[in-house]
Design a protein. Structure first.
Length: 248
Protein backbone atom coordinates (compact mmCIF):
# COMPACT_ATOMS: atom_id res chain seq x y z
CA UNK A 1 0.00 0.00 0.00
CA UNK A 2 1.20 3.48 -0.86
CA UNK A 3 0.54 6.28 1.63
CA UNK A 4 0.59 9.97 0.77
CA UNK A 5 1.16 11.68 4.12
CA UNK A 6 0.57 15.21 2.85
CA UNK A 7 -1.74 16.02 -0.05
CA UNK A 8 -4.07 18.97 -0.76
CA UNK A 9 -7.00 17.32 -2.51
CA UNK A 10 -9.01 20.54 -2.41
CA UNK A 11 -6.44 22.07 -4.79
CA UNK A 12 -7.62 19.81 -7.63
CA UNK A 13 -9.88 21.62 -10.06
CA UNK A 14 -13.48 20.62 -10.86
CA UNK A 15 -12.11 19.08 -14.05
CA UNK A 16 -9.40 16.97 -12.35
CA UNK A 17 -10.76 16.01 -8.92
CA UNK A 18 -12.77 12.99 -10.10
CA UNK A 19 -9.78 11.64 -11.98
CA UNK A 20 -7.64 12.15 -8.85
CA UNK A 21 -10.16 10.28 -6.67
CA UNK A 22 -10.35 7.44 -9.22
CA UNK A 23 -6.60 7.05 -9.09
CA UNK A 24 -6.67 6.99 -5.28
CA UNK A 25 -9.42 4.33 -5.31
CA UNK A 26 -7.97 2.19 -8.09
CA UNK A 27 -4.44 2.23 -6.70
CA UNK A 28 -5.58 2.13 -3.04
CA UNK A 29 -3.44 5.11 -2.05
CA UNK A 30 -4.08 6.11 1.56
CA UNK A 31 -4.14 9.88 1.35
CA UNK A 32 -3.93 12.37 4.16
CA UNK A 33 -5.80 15.43 2.89
CA UNK A 34 -4.36 18.47 4.68
CA UNK A 35 -6.46 21.59 5.04
CA UNK A 36 -5.54 25.26 4.72
CA UNK A 37 -8.42 26.64 6.81
CA UNK A 38 -12.04 25.88 7.74
CA UNK A 39 -13.37 26.20 4.18
CA UNK A 40 -10.68 23.91 2.83
CA UNK A 41 -11.44 21.35 5.58
CA UNK A 42 -15.14 21.32 4.68
CA UNK A 43 -14.17 20.69 1.05
CA UNK A 44 -11.80 17.87 2.02
CA UNK A 45 -14.52 16.28 4.15
CA UNK A 46 -16.82 16.35 1.10
CA UNK A 47 -14.13 14.84 -1.13
CA UNK A 48 -13.47 12.10 1.42
CA UNK A 49 -17.06 10.87 1.02
CA UNK A 50 -15.99 9.49 -2.35
CA UNK A 51 -13.15 7.34 -1.07
CA UNK A 52 -12.41 5.20 1.94
CA UNK A 53 -8.71 5.85 1.34
CA UNK A 54 -8.91 9.59 2.03
CA UNK A 55 -8.28 10.90 5.54
CA UNK A 56 -9.23 14.60 5.81
CA UNK A 57 -7.39 16.50 8.52
CA UNK A 58 -7.87 19.96 9.98
CA UNK A 59 -5.37 22.78 10.29
CA UNK A 60 -4.82 26.42 9.40
CA UNK A 61 -1.90 27.01 7.09
CA UNK A 62 0.42 29.90 7.98
CA UNK A 63 -0.47 31.55 4.64
CA UNK A 64 -4.12 31.70 5.67
CA UNK A 65 -3.98 32.80 9.30
CA UNK A 66 -4.89 36.36 8.42
CA UNK A 67 -7.72 35.53 6.03
CA UNK A 68 -10.04 34.64 8.90
CA UNK A 69 -9.72 36.62 12.08
CA UNK A 70 -9.83 33.43 14.03
CA UNK A 71 -11.41 33.07 17.38
CA UNK A 72 -9.33 30.01 18.12
CA UNK A 73 -11.70 28.55 20.68
CA UNK A 74 -14.25 28.02 17.91
CA UNK A 75 -11.86 25.60 16.21
CA UNK A 76 -11.82 23.13 19.09
CA UNK A 77 -14.71 21.12 17.56
CA UNK A 78 -12.55 20.34 14.52
CA UNK A 79 -9.52 19.47 16.62
CA UNK A 80 -11.54 16.92 18.56
CA UNK A 81 -12.60 15.05 15.43
CA UNK A 82 -9.54 15.30 13.18
CA UNK A 83 -7.30 12.22 13.44
CA UNK A 84 -4.22 14.44 13.30
CA UNK A 85 -3.63 18.17 12.83
CA UNK A 86 -2.42 19.81 9.61
CA UNK A 87 -1.30 21.76 7.80
CA UNK A 88 -0.10 24.22 10.42
CA UNK A 89 3.19 25.96 11.17
CA UNK A 90 5.17 29.05 10.28
CA UNK A 91 6.35 30.60 7.04
CA UNK A 92 8.82 33.48 7.17
CA UNK A 93 10.14 32.80 3.66
CA UNK A 94 7.28 32.89 1.17
CA UNK A 95 5.24 35.22 3.37
CA UNK A 96 6.98 38.54 2.99
CA UNK A 97 4.48 40.59 5.00
CA UNK A 98 6.13 40.55 8.41
CA UNK A 99 3.03 42.02 10.02
CA UNK A 100 1.43 38.55 9.81
CA UNK A 101 4.20 36.79 11.74
CA UNK A 102 2.83 37.54 15.18
CA UNK A 103 -0.53 36.08 14.23
CA UNK A 104 1.14 33.07 12.58
CA UNK A 105 2.90 32.37 15.87
CA UNK A 106 -0.30 32.84 17.88
CA UNK A 107 -2.22 30.35 15.71
CA UNK A 108 0.65 27.85 15.62
CA UNK A 109 0.98 27.95 19.44
CA UNK A 110 -2.73 27.22 19.71
CA UNK A 111 -2.35 24.10 17.54
CA UNK A 112 0.70 22.95 19.50
CA UNK A 113 -1.28 23.29 22.69
CA UNK A 114 -4.11 21.25 21.16
CA UNK A 115 -1.72 18.57 19.88
CA UNK A 116 -0.48 18.13 23.43
CA UNK A 117 -3.92 18.33 25.03
CA UNK A 118 -5.59 15.85 22.67
CA UNK A 119 -2.52 13.70 22.09
CA UNK A 120 -2.54 14.13 18.31
CA UNK A 121 0.18 14.24 15.70
CA UNK A 122 0.77 17.54 13.96
CA UNK A 123 1.83 18.15 10.35
CA UNK A 124 4.11 21.19 10.32
CA UNK A 125 5.25 23.69 7.68
CA UNK A 126 8.57 25.27 8.69
CA UNK A 127 9.71 27.39 5.72
CA UNK A 128 12.25 29.99 6.82
CA UNK A 129 11.21 29.53 10.44
CA UNK A 130 12.96 26.25 11.24
CA UNK A 131 14.66 27.49 14.38
CA UNK A 132 11.50 28.92 15.94
CA UNK A 133 9.50 25.79 15.05
CA UNK A 134 12.21 23.73 16.75
CA UNK A 135 12.04 25.88 19.91
CA UNK A 136 8.25 25.76 20.02
CA UNK A 137 7.81 22.01 19.54
CA UNK A 138 10.34 21.51 22.35
CA UNK A 139 8.55 24.01 24.56
CA UNK A 140 5.15 22.37 23.99
CA UNK A 141 6.68 18.90 24.35
CA UNK A 142 5.25 17.53 21.10
CA UNK A 143 8.42 16.81 19.13
CA UNK A 144 7.91 13.05 18.91
CA UNK A 145 4.40 13.60 17.53
CA UNK A 146 5.55 16.16 14.96
CA UNK A 147 5.72 15.50 11.22
CA UNK A 148 7.95 18.03 9.49
CA UNK A 149 6.60 18.68 6.00
CA UNK A 150 9.12 18.99 3.12
CA UNK A 151 12.08 20.25 5.18
CA UNK A 152 14.36 22.65 3.31
CA UNK A 153 16.22 24.44 6.09
CA UNK A 154 19.83 24.20 7.22
CA UNK A 155 21.66 21.09 8.36
CA UNK A 156 22.13 22.22 11.94
CA UNK A 157 18.38 22.53 12.64
CA UNK A 158 17.72 19.34 10.68
CA UNK A 159 20.02 17.35 12.96
CA UNK A 160 18.36 18.84 16.04
CA UNK A 161 14.90 17.91 14.72
CA UNK A 162 16.13 14.36 14.01
CA UNK A 163 17.47 14.17 17.59
CA UNK A 164 14.04 15.20 18.84
CA UNK A 165 12.55 12.16 17.04
CA UNK A 166 10.40 14.11 14.59
CA UNK A 167 9.00 12.48 11.46
CA UNK A 168 9.74 13.97 8.03
CA UNK A 169 7.94 13.82 4.69
CA UNK A 170 9.98 13.71 1.50
CA UNK A 171 8.31 15.34 -1.49
CA UNK A 172 8.41 15.56 -5.26
CA UNK A 173 11.67 17.52 -5.58
CA UNK A 174 13.60 14.48 -4.40
CA UNK A 175 14.20 13.48 -8.04
CA UNK A 176 16.28 16.49 -8.87
CA UNK A 177 17.13 18.72 -5.90
CA UNK A 178 20.58 17.92 -4.54
CA UNK A 179 19.95 19.77 -1.28
CA UNK A 180 16.78 17.71 -0.67
CA UNK A 181 18.67 14.49 -1.42
CA UNK A 182 21.31 15.44 1.18
CA UNK A 183 18.54 16.15 3.72
CA UNK A 184 16.84 12.81 3.10
CA UNK A 185 20.16 10.98 3.49
CA UNK A 186 20.35 12.25 7.10
CA UNK A 187 16.87 11.08 8.18
CA UNK A 188 16.47 7.55 9.58
CA UNK A 189 14.20 5.39 7.39
CA UNK A 190 11.96 4.71 10.40
CA UNK A 191 11.13 8.44 10.59
CA UNK A 192 10.75 8.99 6.87
CA UNK A 193 7.38 9.36 5.12
CA UNK A 194 6.34 10.29 1.58
CA UNK A 195 4.08 13.01 0.21
CA UNK A 196 2.99 14.68 -3.03
CA UNK A 197 1.74 17.99 -1.53
CA UNK A 198 -1.11 18.17 -4.05
CA UNK A 199 -1.20 18.90 -7.78
CA UNK A 200 0.64 22.22 -7.72
CA UNK A 201 3.83 21.07 -5.98
CA UNK A 202 5.06 19.00 -8.91
CA UNK A 203 4.01 21.83 -11.19
CA UNK A 204 6.25 24.14 -9.15
CA UNK A 205 9.15 21.69 -9.39
CA UNK A 206 8.98 20.67 -13.04
CA UNK A 207 5.82 22.10 -14.59
CA UNK A 208 3.80 18.87 -14.50
CA UNK A 209 0.35 18.84 -12.88
CA UNK A 210 0.73 16.19 -10.18
CA UNK A 211 -1.77 13.36 -9.85
CA UNK A 212 -1.98 11.17 -6.71
CA UNK A 213 -0.06 8.23 -8.26
CA UNK A 214 3.01 10.50 -8.26
CA UNK A 215 3.50 9.11 -4.76
CA UNK A 216 4.95 5.96 -6.36
CA UNK A 217 7.85 7.96 -7.77
CA UNK A 218 8.48 9.56 -4.37
CA UNK A 219 8.66 6.08 -2.80
CA UNK A 220 10.97 4.92 -5.58
CA UNK A 221 13.39 7.80 -5.08
CA UNK A 222 13.34 7.50 -1.29
CA UNK A 223 14.27 3.83 -1.66
CA UNK A 224 17.06 4.76 -4.05
CA UNK A 225 18.50 7.52 -1.84
CA UNK A 226 18.21 5.44 1.35
CA UNK A 227 19.19 2.16 -0.34
CA UNK A 228 16.18 0.41 1.13
CA UNK A 229 13.89 -2.22 -0.32
CA UNK A 230 10.49 -0.92 -1.55
CA UNK A 231 8.47 -3.49 0.41
CA UNK A 232 10.42 -2.75 3.59
CA UNK A 233 9.79 0.96 3.17
CA UNK A 234 6.08 0.40 2.49
CA UNK A 235 5.88 -1.65 5.68
CA UNK A 236 7.61 1.07 7.69
CA UNK A 237 5.19 3.72 6.35
CA UNK A 238 2.20 1.54 7.14
CA UNK A 239 3.36 1.03 10.73
CA UNK A 240 3.85 4.78 11.04
CA UNK A 241 0.39 5.51 9.62
CA UNK A 242 -1.17 3.29 12.28
CA UNK A 243 0.74 5.16 14.99
CA UNK A 244 0.00 8.57 13.54
CA UNK A 245 -3.72 8.19 12.89
CA UNK A 246 -4.65 6.21 15.99
CA UNK A 247 -3.09 8.85 18.19
CA UNK A 248 -0.28 7.82 20.46
ZN1 LIG B 1 1.15 21.52 2.00
Amino acid sequence: MYIDFHNHLDFYTNETIDKAINIINNEKIKTIACSMDEKSYVKNLEISNKSKYIIPIFGIHPWNVDKGKYNLENLEKYIKTTPLIGEVGLDFHWVEDKSTYENQIRVFKYFLECAKKYNKYINVHTKGAEELVLDLIKKYDVSNQTIIHWYSGDRDNLLKLIDLKCYFTASVDLYSNIKTIEIIKEIPVSKLLAETDGPTALQWVNDVYGMPNEIKSVYKYICKVKDVDLEAFKFSCKENLIKITNSI
